[in-house]
Write a protein that binds this ligand. Structure first.
Ligand SMILES: NC(=O)c1ccc[n+]([C@@H]2O[C@H](COP(=O)([O-])OP(=O)(O)OC[C@H]3O[C@@H](n4cnc5c(N)ncnc54)[C@H](OP(=O)(O)O)[C@@H]3O)[C@@H](O)[C@H]2O)c1
Length: 274
């Protein structure tokens, strides 16, 4: 029988360990590994070794990576995700300081620290999407792929929390414009955390199979469910989209990939609005 590549009580550094995905990854790693988190605002969990740092400036990176056998890089900076809606600026620029510069710094530190496995969290379809944030993520993937640290890239479709946040913000408008025919495959970030942590035991896997939610839904269907469960009735303006845009949205789904189990409706029923 093959030995798992990550041995129990190895040290795993998680970046983004205070975020939606990162919190679930940390919780799943804790029973078996020493878990270290690089964070701008360290948490209080005594079972985690907190390193104060900032990927955008480089603060704390060397200390965080030193002595770690595995790095799970789940930190990101998406201004649109943070605010919960898109602005025109999101269509021409996305800040690279965390995702590109921070990834480069982490990889450099990982070479020096002889890290055995660098697992990078990414998004289904980043290689085909044209939105600046996705291009930033793809550039980071390229750094990982062409770097000298053994790697895995794990891509997921859009998380339920982000879909919920964006609908919540859009519902405040007098009219909610929505390209109802676009397809999406939202996934629970905890399902993806299960997959990711399970994958770590197999060692560096290169480009891993895409991970998506259990259902491919149109945005129209997704909104109908959201209205029913959240009890909000925003007026919707249906926006027709050209076939090129529809194809581009399909690239962000992965019906043939691995799938989580928690549906959009189940997630909404078990999560109050943020
Ligand atoms: N959201 C989605 O729909 C989705 C879908 C597929 C893949 N992904 C990928 O999954 C990963 C995690 O996403 P998420 O949804 O969990 O994001 P999130 O909740 O926004 O968390 C982002 C994390 O990055 C940290 N971070 C931001 N700037 C930092 C900096 N300068 N230095 C250090 N840490 C910094 C944040 O820490 P602070 O607490 O300090 O801000 C936070 O812990 C990302 O790689 C993302 O691209 C996301």
């Amino acid at each position: 029988m093959l030995e798992p590549e990550v041995l129990p009580m190895d040290t795993v550094l998680v970046t983004g360990g205070t975020g939606h995905l990162g919190r679930s990854v940390v919780a799943r790693l804790k029973p078996s590994y020493r878990v270290r988190v690089l964070a701008r605002s360290p948490g209080s969990d005594p079972d985690v070794e907190w390193i104060r740092g900032d990927l955008a400036t480089g603060e704390g990176i060397t200390a965080a990576v030193s002595g770690a056998q595995v790095v799970v890089h789940a930190a990101t900076l998406s201004p649109a995700a943070r605010r919960g809606y898109l602005l025109p600026v999101d269509f021409w620029r996305s800040p690279p300081e965390v995702d590109v510069d921070g990834t480069r710094r982490l990889l450099d530190a990982a070479i020096r620290a002889d890290v055995a496995h660098f697992a990078y969290v990414s998004i289904v379809g980043v290689d085909r999407a044209r939105i600046p944030y996705m291009r930033v993520k793809h550039t980071a993937e390229e750094l990982v792929r062409t770097g000298r640290v053994p790697w895995s890239i794990l891509r997921a479709t859009q998380f339920h929390w982000l879909t919920d946040r964006m609908l919540g913000k859009a519902a405040r408008l007098p009219m909610m414009p929505l390209p109802t025919d676009l397809r999406t495959q939202p996934v629970d970030s905890r399902d993806f955390a299960d997959h990711l942590v399970g994958r770590l035991t197999e060692g560096p896997g290169g480009q891993c199979v895409d991970f998506g939610g259990p259902e491919v839904l149109t945005l129209g269907a997704l909104l109908t469910t959201w209205r029913q469960i959240r009890g909000r009735q925003p007026r919707m303006l249906r926006i027709p989209v050209p076939s090129t845009v529809e194809r581009a949205a399909r690239d962000l789904t992965c019906p043939a990939g691995k799938r989580g189990t928690l549906t959009w409706a189940e997630w909404l029923r078990t999560h109050p609005p943020e």
